[in-house]
Design a protein. Structure first.
Ligand code: ATP
Ligand code: MG
Length: 205
């Protein structure tokens, strides 16, 4: 008499698979024991970089942590829903003074504004009381050569050990990608703007 080849029911197979996955995850969780500040870069051409950065700041603030935000692009005339909420909390905030980039009028003014924003960032990146720093759209300052990359890397390397930093923006410099602990690239599959939908309040700003 021949034995049936597979006596496991679907339920049992599912259970065995799940146990294997759980053992694998448990093992990796057990190995991750280090506690330190993490440098996160969120780059790519798709939508979701700044919202991810601001969402993470909100997450930190929700735990009672202290955060700092520097916005390297939005001029003061640009509203931003996230900041309207975050400024009600103890979040240090600096917005670069000009409407930088495609609307730019004067390169000199932009460079000066970028340098001021970077000095504000440096103050946050040397303050151990700030648990998380968001440098929104900072990648462009490197791309345009407005802030010295060596200075950025040195400052990031010397920041307080437990401080998390988030950098957002397209076309992130290779050296920053190398330095980062976590890098996500947001890929555009579609964007409503391309179909003629204008930027929508609450969704895009
Ligand atoms: P968000 O702030 O919505 O997370 P983002 O930070 O990923 O977007 P940016 O490159 O900073 O994207 O662009 C800022 C604005 O441009 C946002 O209003 C966003 O919705 C819009 N946008 C983002 N990606 C695209 C795209 N691929 N095509 C057209 N518009 C885009
Ligand atoms: Mg953005």
């Amino acid at each position: 008499m021949t034995e049936p080849r597979n006596t496991l029911t679907d339920e049992e197979k599912h259970k065995a698979r799940q146990q294997k996955i759980k053992a694998n995850v448990d093992e990796r969780v057990a190995k991750a024991t280090e506690e330190r500040g993490v440098l996160v870069v969120i780059t790519g051409n798709g939508k979701g970089k700044s919202t991810s950065g601001f969402g993470t700041v909100l997450r930190a603030v929700g735990h009672g942590l202290k955060a700092g935000v520097v916005q390297f692009i939005k001029g003061s005339k640009w509203e931003c829903g996230e900041m309207n909420i975050l400024k009600q909390f103890p979040v240090e905030h600096h917005v670069m003074g000009t409407g930088f980039t495609w609307e730019t009028q004067s390169k000199e003014t932009d460079i000066a504004a970028a340098k001021v924003a970077w000095e504000k960032s440096k103050a946050m990146l040397s303050n151990p009381n700030i648990d998380m720093v968001l440098l929104d759209e900072m990648t462009y300052m490197v791309k345009y050569g407005y802030i010295d990359l060596d200075d950025i890397i040195e400052t990031l390397n010397n920041r307080p050990k437990m401080q998390h930093v988030l950098i957002t923006g397209r076309a992130c410099h290779r050296r920053l990608l190398e330095l980062a602990d976590t890098v996500s690239e947001v890929q555009p599959i579609k964007h409503a703007f391309k179909a003629g939908v204008k930027a929508q309040k609450g969704l895009d700003w």
